[in-house]
Design a protein around this ligand. Sequence first.
Ligand code: PHE
Length: 504
Amino acid sequence: MRLPETQLALLEGASATESKTVAQLAEELGEDPAAVTGAAFELEETGLLSIEVHASETVALTEEGRRYREDGLPELRLRSAALEAGAGEGPVEMGRVIGTAGLDGPEVDIALSNFARKGYGEIDAGEISLAADPKHDPKADPEAEALDTIADDGASSLEAAILDRLESRELIERAETTVRSVTLTDEGVTALMEGIETAETVGEITPELLTSGEWDTVEFAEYNVEADAETIHGGKAHILRQTANRVKDVLVGMGFQEMEGPHADADFWINDCLFMPQDHPARTHWDRFALDVTPMAELPEGLMERVEDAHRNGVGPEGDGYHSPWDEDFARAVALRGHTTSLSMRYLSGHAIGELEPPERYFSVEKVYRNDTLDPTHLLEFFQIEGWVMAEELSVRDLMGTFTEFYEQFGITDLEFKPHYNPYTEPSFELFGKHPETGELIEIGNSGIFREEVLSPLGVDCDVMAWGLALERLLMLMYGFEDIRDVHGTLCDLELLRNVEVVQ
Ligand code: PHE
């Protein structure tokens, strides 16, 4: 029998009576563990070796754990410094003790809380005193000892409780690993006794092998696609970006075209065109980010007059205005858009790309900004999926049908609609979807059919239904996370972002 060198070495190193781990054999043979694992798989395939797999936990000190092992746990350093300062006799001033203990920054809090937890003493009115009989001898602090044990011999002799504690202090890191142990089979023993020759195997084809013609006679090493390999986290598009792109694809597939426009815009486009009265509470402190920049000089004159007229006098013979002030300066003031409905106004008015004839469908998936309070479902900015359909005859059924078709593409089939009020649409509906993990109904969008007071000044004389949906909320329904901050910003859950699979 002929075998590649590593396989033969592994067979010779393995035993028929005692199972040895791949790591142990790799060390004995002076071989790379990955190569030994590969060889073990091949030998298992040919029946010469048997492999047993079990999960094992490895425990390692973190950088902080290693530091405390060197310098001492902060609470112990605090205790020794206090003792030195005479706290054995009575309370001593804390500031001094902290200084002599060499504690700094976050270590001070760590020292104080663990000092108290371990009953080493008390801190009261800026003074520290030592307990006469602490829970355990500070010279044999279980956590300090455990750090030593882990560094020297591993964690196998330690109790789960102490490991949990060290883990919660972020002094150790635990990881699951797969351990493979091998034993010689009867066939393996027989083959060894009959004698095995080594066969040189070639890992990759080279120009030399080709030109010399040797490629024809050499033995090639087989690939083992199941061997453990290092995990490499390459760059990848963020799921929010991926989902935004999918939303665009879906909408383009439904016949929509994409709108573009400024993030910072005149209040005219953000609010006035939408028949939002200028003294509406929403416009004073509706989460508005006003910008201290030059007001927007270029706004379409005729449109501005018609919008002002709608605000003052209403639209049509029955119409009634707001009987509230309307100020051109306010219309020209610039703010970060709180919704992308500003883009819909730019397009519907003909200002963006010229007059539009029904039927038309437009969308955007863009950032909007609101001065909200941060919580699990709110950020100061989010992506809004804006859209509208312009056609001769539209009804609520068209609106609901469009949403049903759109959300179905993302596996969301249990939409709920709730009547709502917007100054610019009538009727209006809020959309809700069920969170896959919590079962809670979460608001995912707002929609409606634009009022005459909006459409008439824009010069649109057919129906327009429109909406603004939250991309992040769609993501929550798709992936089941409960906090928007898991995917956004500095608190984001990197594991989730790395490992989440894109739902297609
Ligand atoms: N602008 C609304 C929002 O941000 C969404 C919307 C757009 C509603 C168009 C109706 C029509 O909530």
